[in-house]
Design a protein around this ligand. Structure first.
Ligand SMILES: [Zn+2]
Length: 314
């Protein structure tokens, strides 16, 4: 009999869910609008009522959920700025009572790290860090094959480690956080906020609303200002990875997301910057890999991985 896990990725705009088996095969996937539902309970109930889910209910062994500010220990979502419900949401309890099945919760970056370890490009690793480069910068730290949660469940917020004193204002209310420089949003900010003599002659700047993808595309075409932004981003990230290595001595950083996918050139530049700034004992020991889950639904796979991983470690 096949065992399936329902993986759910709750986002500010869309909630995506799917059925995943033990080797990471995705059987069914569907997306719904998060804000369409009045309460979280309504949203979870609607997923259960999906005929495809009901059909496979007998094969379900659990539900894994990745959600912004999802707390693995308390099973709650706390103060998620992008969700329509701002109080503490008892997501695990709600889901377990709706489905009558075990449920685990974590944040999306942690789920991505587990997905990478079970189904992706880190299957051979027990010590690594995933860095997700999207709207923000998320990170999931794996040590000895286990996610590091910290005492309260929020460990590994590398995106909010401050890399520039008094630097760019961050959504968290502080200044100079890494994600304000190297996330997709950070790269886009660099178009306006990086001052350079190349700016005035750059075709990139002439675009009506250039974004991070444009930066990498124009850099490939040889636009000097775009190249400068790519170099600056690689420098910021490479520097930070050299420092992060000191925390947990990972065998690799696995990069995920649009910026990570921006080409081999970017990966090489990040690696160079990391090595240049690396503490001697770690030099030439840490790899940079690109996630192999880029084209699949990594968030749903990662959420489901939580349940399979728990089963394995019991
Ligand atoms: Zn911040």
């Amino acid at each position: 009999m096949k065992n399936l896990v329902l993986g759910i990725d709750i986002g500010g705009t869309n909630t995506v869910y799917g059925l995943v088996d033990v080797i990471g095969e995705l059987y069914y996937e569907h997306s719904i609008k998060t804000k369409y539902f009045e309460t979280m309970s309504d949203l979870i109930q609607s997923i259960k009522n999906d005929p495809e889910i009901l059909n496979q209910y007998q094969h379900l062994i659990g539900i894994g959920i990745g959600a912004p500010n999802g707390n693995h220990f308390t099973g709650t979502i706390e103060h998620a700025p992008n969700l329509p419900w701002h109080d503490t949401i008892h997501l695990q309890a709600i889901t377990e009572s709706v489905f009558n099945l075990p449920c685990k919760i974590t944040n999306d970056a942690n789920a991505a790290a587990l997905g990478e370890m079970l189904f992706g490009n880190a299957q051979d690793l027990k010590d690594f860090v995933t860095i997700t480069l999207g709207t923000g910068l998320g990170s999931g730290v794996i040590v000895h094959g286990e996610l590091v949660y910290g005492h309260d469940g929020f460990a590994g917020e590398y995106g909010h480690i401050r890399v520039v004193a008094d630097g760019r204002i961050c959504g968290c209310g502080r200044k100079g956080c890494l994600e304000t420089y190297v996330s997709a949003t950070g790269v886009t900010r660099s178009i306006k906020e990086l001052s350079s003599p190349n700016q005035s002659t750059s075709a990139l700047v002439q675009l009506s609303n250039p974004n991070s993808k444009d930066v990498f595309d124009y850099a490939d075409k040889g636009d000097p200002f775009a190249i400068e932004i790519v170099d600056y981003t690689a420098k910021m990230l490479g520097n930070a990875l050299a420092d992060f290595t000191c925390f947990s001595s990972p065998k690799a950083f696995v990069l995920f997301g649009g910026v990570a996918n921006a080409g081999k050139d970017f990966q090489t530049k990040v690696k160079q910057q990391m090595e240049q700034n690396m503490l001697t004992i770690f030099k030439d020991k840490v790899e940079i890999r690109i996630s192999s889950l880029q084209d699949k639904n990594a968030a749903v796979l990662g959420a489901a991985a939580m349940i399979f991983h728990t089963k394995k470690s019991v």
